[in-house]
Design a protein around this ligand. Structure first.
Ligand code: CP
Ligand code: NVA
Length: 337
């Protein structure tokens, strides 16, 4: 079935019932294209409703655990406030007080936690840890960033691209820099939506070949064109969306200086943006390291949509929680966990 990525605000004709109730989101490829479309449409509807003063909070009585084993500003605040705006209660645990910090087994921790909460949001290191939590949890588990993926950021970026550039399937995206969790997430986002993505990264720092292969298999269905190159210029040429991310992700801080040398030619600056298509926008998941992966000039330019992108974390995660916890914003659903 053809997905209309130019119309996230149109009612979704085949959505007979909420397709995400009770599910996990560990990476974007957990979603079908139809589910991704439904989720982004729901986010847009909720964003508009909220901005027009609809403060409905239908999830009173639900509760969400937010566990952060790495630092966070955007993810932590937007999940906590997003859940609260839905009426749900939240419990937030940082690293020192984290559910997993005392050596209790993942199974025991999760089996206890799910007696208290209706969803678990976890930021951690290994993707396998999230998979183990999800294996034991009967409540939805959401990846709030791992070493390998950051699906919630990917959702926010897609919504931001749609709002500024329209039809997601028609975009040409250039990602410049480290082949990290964000690069993997953009591979999966592009494979689902059918847009073109070129990742420019130095040898040794390119996306994991298995993730690239998986995305390419999916791209064969959507028509997405996925490329990984070394040279920045070929990625930037004609791009509608230019994206970068930190050169040293959380957990790789000790490699900062070595990486700064390796990535020196990968800074996104105004000269680079000039190579992109007219009307191109710039995105960065933040936190940014101004003067490293991106210049101040680009960060502060009118084409930089980084704060819209950060705001959209709130809207997509609110929609995600709504759907995982069974969503009244889809009137035909009528189901509750
Ligand atoms: N972009 C993002 O996930 O930001 P935080 O690390 O501040 O949550
Ligand atoms: N790649 C970065 C993203 C931060 C939101 C990291 O993992 O630190």
């Amino acid at each position: 079935m053809t997905i209309n990525w130019a119309a996230l605000d149109a009612p979704y004709p085949t959505l007979a019932k909420n397709p995400l109730a009770g599910r996990d989101l560990l990476r974007l490829s957990d979603l079908t294209a139809e589910q991704l479309h439904a989720l982004l449409s729901c986010a847009l509807a909720q964003k508009r409703a909220w901005k027009s003063g609809d403060l409905t909070a239908p999830y009173a009585g639900k509760s969400v655990a937010i566990i952060m084993e790495k630092p966070s500003l955007r993810t932590r605040v937007s999940f906590e406030l997003g859940a609260k705006r839905l009426g749900a209660q939240t419990t937030v645990m940082g690293d020192a007080t984290s559910a997993f910090s005392r050596g209790e087994s993942i199974k025991d921790t999760v089996m206890v936690l799910e007696r208290y909460v209706d969803a678990i949001v976890l930021r951690t290191y290994a993707q396998s840890r999230l998979e183990e939590v999800a294996q034991h949890a009967s409540v939805p588990v959401v990846n709030a960033l791992s070493d390998d993926f950051h699906p919630c950021q990917g959702l926010a970026d897609l919504l931001t691209i749609y709002e500024h550039k329209g039809d997601l399937s028609k975009q040409r995206i250039a990602y410049i820099g480290d082949g990290n969790n964000m690069a993997h997430t953009y591979l999966e986002a592009a494979a689902l939506t059918g847009c073109d993505l070129t990742i420019a990264a130095p040898p040794g720092y390119q996306p994991r070949p298995d993730y690239l292969r998986q995305a390419q298999e999916r791209a064969a269905m959507s028509g997405a064109k996925l490329k990984v190159v070394e040279e920045v210029g070929s990625a930037l040429a004609g791009a509608d969306v230019v994206i970068t991310d930190t050169w040293a992700s959380m957990g790789a801080e000790a490699e900062h200086d070595e990486r700064a040398r390796t990535f020196a030619a990968y800074q996104v600056d105004a000269a680079g943006i000039a190579e992109a298509a007219p009307g191109a926008i710039f995105l960065h998941c933040l936190p940014a390291h101004r003067g490293e992966e991106v210049s101040d000039e680009v960060m502060d330019a009118p084409y930089s949509k980084i704060y819209d992108e950060a705001e959209n974390r709130l809207h997509v995660q609110k929609a995600l929680l709504s759907l995982l916890l069974a969503d009244p914003c889809l009137p035909e659903t009528g189901e509750r966990r």
